[in-house]
Design a protein. Structure first.
Length: 312
C-alpha cells in the first residue's frame, strides 16, 4: 500500500507539498477544473470568433469574411514603420507607468493614512471613493464642464487666463491621464485599506514595543503583509497595457485634438469610430492577438518576479 501511495505521489508547487494518494489527486484535478473552465468559457469561448477573425479579412463587395492571414500581417508590418504607431506604444506605457505609480505608491500612503485614522481621514475617504460611486460617463461630463467652463471662469475672475486644457493639443493627454488616475485611485485605496485592517493588532503592538516609527511600521510591517494584494494590482495593470484606452474615447470619441493616443484607444477607434464598418474588425482582432502575445509573457514574468520577492 505504501509503495502504491509513493507511486501516486505528485510533486507540486516547487516541492512545497505532495499529492500522496489517488483521492488527493482527484481533489486537485477537480480544483483545477474551476479556473480551467473559467478560461475556456470566458476567454477562449468569448474570444474564439475574434481569434478566427485574426486570420481573416472582410470583403465589402461580397459582404463576407474569408481566410487571408497575410493581409492583416502585411498591414501590421506597414504600421510598424509608421512613427505614429510607436507613439501609441510609448503613450500606452506612459499611461501604465503613471497609473501604476499612483496605484501602488500613492495609494499605499493614502491607505495607510486612512488606516491610522489621521485628521480628516473620513473626508479623504469620501473624496477618493466618490468616483467609484458615480457612473464613469457622468464623471467625464462633470470633468469636462469643470475644465472647460468653471476653471477658466474662476481664473479669469482672479485675473489669470487659461486655455481650455481639454482641447489643447499639447496638454490634453496629460490632463486625461490625471483624470484616469483619479477615477481608479479610490478603488485601490479601498482595497488596500481593507487589507490593512486584516493586520493582527499583536503585530502592530510588537512594532511599537520595539520602538518602530510610523514610517518603519509602514515599510517593514504593513507593506510586506499586504504585498499579495499589491502584487495583484501590479499584475492586473500589466495585463491591460495594450487595452487601456485611458478614457480618451469617453472624452473625444474619434476626434482627438492631437496625435497622442494609446493602443487601447486605437482598438476602440478601429471597431467603432473609423467609419469603415466591419472592414477593420479583422485587423483589430489581429492587433489584439498580437497585444496578448506580448502582454501575456510579460505578465507571467512579473508575476514570477513578485512571487520570488514575496518569498524572501
Amino acid at each position: 500500500m505504501k509503495t502504491a501511495n509513493k507511486k501516486a505521489a505528485l510533486k507540486i508547487n516547487g516541492g512545497s507539498s505532495f499529492i500522496r494518494n489517488k483521492g488527493d489527486l482527484l481533489f486537485y484535478v477537480l480544483l483545477l477544473l474551476i479556473p480551467i473552465t473559467q478560461i475556456a468559457i470566458f476567454y477562449f469561448g468569448v474570444n474564439f470568433q475574434n481569434i478566427l477573425m485574426s486570420f481573416q479579412t472582410y470583403s465589402t463587395s461580397e459582404n463576407t469574411f474569408y481566410w487571408d492571414a497575410a493581409a492583416n500581417f502585411n498591414r501590421f508590418a506597414k504600421e510598424l514603420k509608421d512613427p505614429n504607431f510607436w507613439l501609441m506604444i510609448k503613450d500606452s506605457f506612459i499611461v501604465w507607468i503613471f497609473t501604476q505609480l499612483a496605484g501602488t505608491v500613492l495609494a499605499l500612503f493614502f491607505s495607510y493614512y486612512i488606516f491610522k485614522k489621521r485628521k480628516l481621514y473620513n473626508f479623504f475617504k469620501f473624496v477618493l471613493f466618490l468616483p467609484s460611486i458615480i457612473p464613469g460617463l457622468l464623471l467625464v461630463l462633470i470633468f469636462q464642464s469643470f475644465a472647460n467652463n468653471a476653471l477658466p471662469a474662476f481664473l479669469e475672475h482672479i485675473g489669470t487666463t487659461l486655455k481650455p486644457i481639454l482641447t489643447d493639443s499639447k496638454n490634453y493627454f496629460t490632463v486625461v491621464t490625471v483624470f484616469t488616475i483619479w477615477v481608479g485611485f479610490g478603488s485601490q485605496v479601498l482595497v488596500y485599506s481593507g487589507a490593512m485592517n486584516q493586520i493582527p493588532d499583536s503585530m502592530l503592538e510588537a512594532g511599537k514595543l520595539d520602538g518602530a516609527s510610523s514610517f518603519t511600521e509602514f515599510i517593514q510591517l504593513v507593506v510586506p503583509y499586504i504585498m499579495p494584494t499589491v502584487a495583484t494590482f501590479i499584475i492586473a495593470g500589466i495585463a491591460t497595457i495594450f487595452t487601456n484606452q485611458n478614457n480618451l474615447f469617453s472624452f473625444y470619441g474619434s476626434s482627438l485634438p492631437g496625435a497622442d493616443k494609446t493602443i487601447g484607444y486605437y482598438l476602440y477607434y478601429l471597431v467603432d469610430a473609423s467609419g469603415q464598418g466591419m472592414s477593420n474588425y479583422c485587423y483589430a482582432s489581429f492587433l489584439g492577438l498580437i497585444s496578448t502575445c506580448v502582454a501575456a509573457p510579460l505578465t507571467l514574468l512579473v508575476r514570477r518576479s513578485l512571487r520570488k520577492v514575496g518569498e524572501k
